[in-house]
Design a protein around this ligand. Structure first.
Ligand SMILES: Nc1ncnc2c1ncn2[C@@H]1O[C@H](COP(=O)(O)OP(=O)(O)O)[C@@H](O)[C@H]1O
Ligand SMILES: [Mg+2]
Length: 757
């Protein structure tokens, strides 16, 4: 039950407050005075919207008052009572910000600020949602006959939606689809399983199992055999290897023996060449070596002396040759000795010639510069405005010619002297070359003389050395005569032979010892080649047997694997057949269940519809007599025709007439009003409230009076609260609660004024 509502900046209401008790409340006023605004505000308070806004006939934010100034926000506060609790809803509508809402219960905040969540809370508390409210509680102006405004054929669907049983339809359709799908899948699975079963039956699993077991046994037997053969083969291999190693040692020893024997034979042959083999056996190699060394040193000394002498003689020879040729040259030069005495004079003359040439060159340079100057002054004079070179006064042509002539004469004299000087220089230079040549020859001569002196000095020295060496050689020859030397040489050769013999004897002894050892080794080895041969043949035979058996075993194993795989596939398929069969059975079981469910849904839906119609009809029947003031129609009902609902009135002869088309405007209005009240009672029992905007439209005076009476006496028994909007003063009699008059001037700037009557 709504107790209070306050509207701030809500359309024409700047700040209007209303209090409503139980019963019929009414708002009176001329058109545009702000009556409907109050009902919209009630809807907005509960659900955050109202029909005109919901259907987008107006924009929600346009309800914010736009008188004098454009207000920023509107606010609606509503207080209602439900099950002894007082709830307060406050909603703020803002032009710029998001709207906010809050819900309080007995003063305590329940939900805020999200409008949507507040609405959800309220819907739970009052037990209906906006769509039900808009269709059964709130009757907008000119929409009292909303039921009849729904086109035929769509009413049942609409009512189903209101009853929330439209979902049954969807559920049923889904069940049919599901059923079809399941039976299709079951059929497909059946076909698939049948072909699979046929496949499995064609291959005998038991026979295959037996075959596999047989192969398994064969493999086991084969494995045992192979292990035995391998053992033997491995032993043979080891034995063969040992014998092979022995053979290698044996061969090595034998080879060595042959080599030793050959060598001994060689040495024996060699020793046959020597006669004194037995004598030398008493010598030691060390003794022989010292003796040989001593003899060799004597020979060496002798030889080095001879070599030195030879070198010295060679040197004397070359030097003597040089001396001889020098002496010859000296004799030729001897004739020029007087000249040599005059070497000093030549040098003095060269110096003099140098000075003379320098003097001449200076003179030449002087003359050359004079020639240059004269040439320049001639060139200057030849110009038109020439002055006198001496007094610097301008010259006339005659004077000029004279002076140029004079200068040219001077030039000639200079050039002549230059020729003479050049000749002189040439002569002096020739003399100079001559003298220098002479000087060089004389110096050469002096050097040669010096060389010769040196050479003869060297020869003298070498000569004396040679003499000393020759004396030494003589002395040595006195001690080591050539006979003696020969003997020494013979002795040395003998020692060498002895040494060779000794070496051979030693080697032979050594080899013979080794030969003995080899014989012992071979005996110890106890190797017989034929034994190795036998073992090897045996091993090869076993090895071959082993290899072929392994190949056979592999192929058996492969066969086993292949067969086992096939069998496992077959087993899997058999298992699949079983699961499929179960699945098919389960699916088939589901089908009747689903069918039953479908029928239940259908029946339930029909039952609910019937119950709804029955309740509506009961209430309408009750109301009809009080609301309808005439005798023409005795009853009202909703019935089903061609699968949809129609509203009917019963006439005097008990036949049902359709409200549409048949009855008068007033009767039609009464009928839909009755239907409205019945619907709100059945569909919104939690609200027990009706909002009626101008319900008297189309009704005549009598009918209005009856309606007022009905509302007052009958409706207030069924519904807790009615909010009635009317411009009809006759309706005032219906009011059992509060009556408000809303005043507003005709100007656009006028606001609503609320007066409680
Ligand atoms: N935001 C607004 N600001 C000012 N006036 C408004 C606003 N919205 C609607 N109105 C005015 O409110 C009046 C409608 O009020 P309404 O409650 O429908 O009147 P009635 O009493 O006929 O039911 C109109 O005159 C309309 O111009
Ligand atoms: Mg109105």
């Amino acid at each position: 039950m709504i107790k209070k509502i306050r509207l701030k900046n809500w359309q024409t209401h700047i700040d209007s407050s209303f209090e409503f008790p139980k019963g019929i409340n009414a708002l009176l006023g001329v058109m545009g005075s702000g009556k409907s605004s109050v009902l919209d505000a009630i809807s907005f308070a509960f659900f955050g919207t109202f029909p005109a806004a919901q259907q987008r006939r107006i924009k929600l934010e346009n309800v914010i008052t736009d008188i004098f100034t454009r207000h920023d926000n509107a606010e609606v506060t509503l207080e209602f009572e439900k099950e002894d609790k007082i709830y307060e809803i406050k909603r703020k509508l803002d032009r710029k910000k998001t709207s906010t809402s809050e819900l309080r219960c007995d003063g305590l905040l329940v939900e805020s600020p999200a409008s949507q969540r507040v609405t959800e809370r309220i819907e739970k508390i009052i037990g209906i949602d906006y769509s039900t409210f808009a269709q059964v509680v709130y009757c907008e102006q000119n929409r009292l006959d909303q039921f009849l405004q729904i086109p035929r054929g769509q009413r049942m669907k609409k009512i189903d939606e209101l009853l929330k049983i439209d979902k049954f339809e969807t559920a049923r359709a889904n069940i049919v689809t599901l059923k079809n799908r399941i039976s299709k899948s079951a059929k497909e699975l059946e076909t698939h399983t049948a072909s699979l079963r046929a496949l499995i039956d064609s291959k005998d699993i038991d026979t295959q199992k037996k075959e596999i077991e047989k192969i398994e046994l064969e493999i086991k037997a084969f494995n045992r055999r192979l292990t035995d053969i391998k053992k033997i083969r491995d032993t043979l291999q080891k034995e063969t290897e040992i014998l092979q190693k022995k053979k290698n040692i044996y061969d090595e020893q034998k080879n060595r023996e042959i080599k030793i024997m050959t060598r001994i034979e060689q040495i024996t042959d060699e020793l046959k060449n020597y006669t004194n083999v037995d004598d030398v056996q008493s010598y030691t190699p060390e003794f022989i070596d010292t003796q040989t060394e001593r003899l060799n040193s004597v020979l060496k000394k002798q030889k080095s002396l001879e070599k030195e002498i030879a070198i010295l003689e060679e040197k004397i020879n070359t030097d003597t040759n040089n001396l001889n040729s020098g002496n010859t040259k000296l004799k030729i030069l001897e004739s020029r000795r007087p000249e040599i005495e005059k070497l000093k004079d030549t040098e003095t003359k060269i110096e003099e010639l140098k000075t003379a040439i320098e003097k001449l060159l200076k003179e030449e340079a002087g003359i050359n510069s004079k020639i240059d100057d004269t040439t320049k002054s001639i060139t200057a004079l030849e110009k038109s405005d020439a002055n006198c070179p001496t007094c610097d006064t301008p010259l006339n042509t005659e004077q000029k010619t004279d002076v140029i002539k004079e200068k040219r004469d001077q030039m000639n004299t200079f050039e002549n002297s230059l020729v003479i000087i050049n000749k002189e220089i040439k002569t002096e230079r020739e003399k100079m070359t001559e003298s220098e040549k002479k000087k060089r020859e004389l110096l050469q001569y002096i050097n040669l003389e010096k060389d010769i002196l040196n050479t003869s000095e060297t020869i003298k020295q070498i000569d004396s050395q040679l003499k000393t060496q020759k004396n030494k050689l003589e002395d040595s020859k006195k001690i080591f005569s050539s006979d003696k030397i020969k003997k020494i040489e013979q002795e040395i050769r003998r020692f060498e032979t002895t040494k060779t013999i000794l070496r051979h004897i030693h080697e032979k002894r050594h080899l013979e010892e080794e030969k003995k050892q080899i014989k012992i080794n071979i005996d110890e080895l106890k190797f017989k080649p034929e034994e190795l041969e036998k073992k090897l043949t045996e091993f090869i035979a076993h090895d071959k047997l082993y290899s072929t058996d392994i190949v056979k075993l592999r192929s058996l194993q492969d066969m086993y694997k292949e067969k086992a795989k096939n069998l496992s596939v077959l087993k899997d398929q058999a298992k699949l057949v079983k699961t499929n069969e179960k699945q098919i059975e389960m699916m088939k079981d589901r089908l009747p269940e689903l069918e039953r469910f479908k029928i239940v849904l259908e029946t339930t839906q029909i039952m609910l519809r019937e119950q709804f119609i029955e309740s509506i009809n009961n209430i309408m029947e009750d109301l009809w007599f009080s609301v309808y003031p005439y005798k023409d129609y005795t009853g009202i009902q909703i019935s089903v025709d061609e699968g949809d609902y129609i509203l009917q009135l019963r006439n005097m002869d008990d036949t049902w007439m359709n409200v549409e088309g048949t009855v008068s405007g007033g009767e039609r209005m009464t009928a839909v009003l009755v239907l409205r009240i019945a619907m709100s009672t059945v569909l919104a029992p939690g609200m027990k409230m009706l909002l009626l905007d101008e319900p008297t439209h189309n009704l005549d005076r009598k009918a209005v009076e009856e309606l007022a009476e009905t509302l007052r006496t009958k409706v207030s028994d069924i519904v807790d609260q009615v909010f009635l909007i009317t411009h009809d003063e006759a309706m005032e009699t219906a009011v059992t609660g509060k009556l408000y008059r809303l005043n507003r001037g005709e100007n656009k700037e006028d606001v609503t004024e609320v007066i409680e009557i």
